[in-house]
Design a protein. Structure first.
Length: 350
């Protein structure tokens, strides 16, 4: 039996290598999974460039994972047979904090993540110990699901959580600030919730060009036009019902408040740099226009279940979002395409 595997191991900012490393053993009470596909996330790119406070190098990252069970050591009654394909979301809830006990695990105080606390999916195999099996949203792929497409379930789950908290629904004018993969998922999701008009804004004409195949109602190049003025004009002066800041740029949160309709909802989806996270929002606008500033993070298992169903049904046009599928041997190529804005979503297959 081969006791090694290939993986991309990160040694430090800018230093990552495709190499042969020890293959993990199937843990007692857990599973050994052969990775089928793993998506490249914006947070992966940040870790590759700058490091991460919860990642201790050398380490294997990658957290948008689907795979097939090759060994099962779960004790007792177990419906998961070897050969079954799983979606392996990264979040592992503690199960004991106030929020887990209240049934809102998306607010878990002590959650951990695959690719941080445990090695991630840019590898041929991952080991899932009992803690992951018992306290995560791991589940079989719906019948007929494509493992490659199902890697989008993790980011889509977070989008579903945000839109649920923001009560995005029928007839809403939605502005999505950011035309990357998250912006594309929000666009698709807004349509499933019967939004009336969806407007996409970005400073990159290249990203706007790539998102046009999803047919947003309008696009705005925020580097060339005054986005607040444009949105006001498109809404006959009223402003947008919902604005989603799907980017890490502080100024967009300021602009979101300025373009919101009275009583509007602003979903602060993209986190900001720690040294620049106080963007100077005009709170008088929040006060007098009765705006709702809504922050969300991660997701609950039910959001993940909904994401898998939407992807399996084809309601989310995943093939228009995944722009590149590459072998793990081409990891450097995929990273370069993503950093240069030449790829919307890259998925690797070990």
């Amino acid at each position: 039996m081969n006791d090694t595997m290939h993986a991309v191991r990160v040694y430090g900012p800018g230093d990552y290598r495709y190499e042969e490393i020890p293959k993990p053993e199937c843990p007692d009470g857990g599973l050994l999974v052969r990775v089928a596909a793993c998506g490249l996330c914006g947070s992966d790119l940040r870790t590759l460039r700058y490091g991460h406070r919860k990642v201790h190098f050398p380490w294997v990252i990658g957290h948008e994972i689907t795979g097939r069970i090759v060994e099962n050591r779960i004790r007792g009654e177990n419906p998961w047979d070897e050969g079954l394909y799983l979606s392996v979301p990264p979040v592992v809830y503690c199960g004991t904090c106030e929020f887990c006990r209240k049934g809102v695990p998306e607010l878990c105080l002590n959650y951990k993540e695959i690719a941080q606390a445990w090695p991630g999916g840019f590898a041929e195999y991952i080991a899932l110990p009992p803690e992951i099996i018992q306290n995560s949203a791991i589940q079989p792929l719906p019948e007929g699901s494509d493992p490659e497409i199902s890697t989008l379930a993790e980011p889509l789950s977070s989008c579903i959580n945000a839109m649920e908290k923001g009560n995005v629904g029928r007839g809403d004018t939605v502005v999505i600030m950011g035309a990357g993969p998250i912006g594309a998922l929000h666009l698709e999701l807004a349509r499933t919730r019967d939004a009336g008009k969806v407007i996409i804004a970005d400073i990159s004409e290249n990203r706007l060009d790539t998102i046009r195949n999803l047919q947003p109602d309008a696009v705005i190049n925020a580097a060339r036009k005054n986005i607040v003025k444009e949105v006001r004009e498109m809404t006959e002066g009223a402003g947008a019902d919902v604005i989603i800041t799907a980017n890490p740029v502080p100024e967009t949160q300021v602009q979101a408040v300025e373009m919101a309709k009275k009583g509007g909802r602003i979903l602060l989806f993209g986190g900001l740099p720690k040294n620049n996270s106080k963007p100077g929002i005009d709170t008088n606008l929040v006060h007098y226009n009765a705006l709702h500033l809504i922050g969300t993070t991660i997701f609950a298992p039910r959001h993940h279940q909904e994401a898998l169903k939407l992807l399996a049904s084809g309601e989310i046009h995943a093939r228009k979002i995944i722009s590149h599928t590459l072998p793990l041997t081409d990891f450097d190529k995929g990273v370069k395409l993503a950093l240069e804005g030449k790829a919307r979503k890259v998925v690797f297959k070990p």
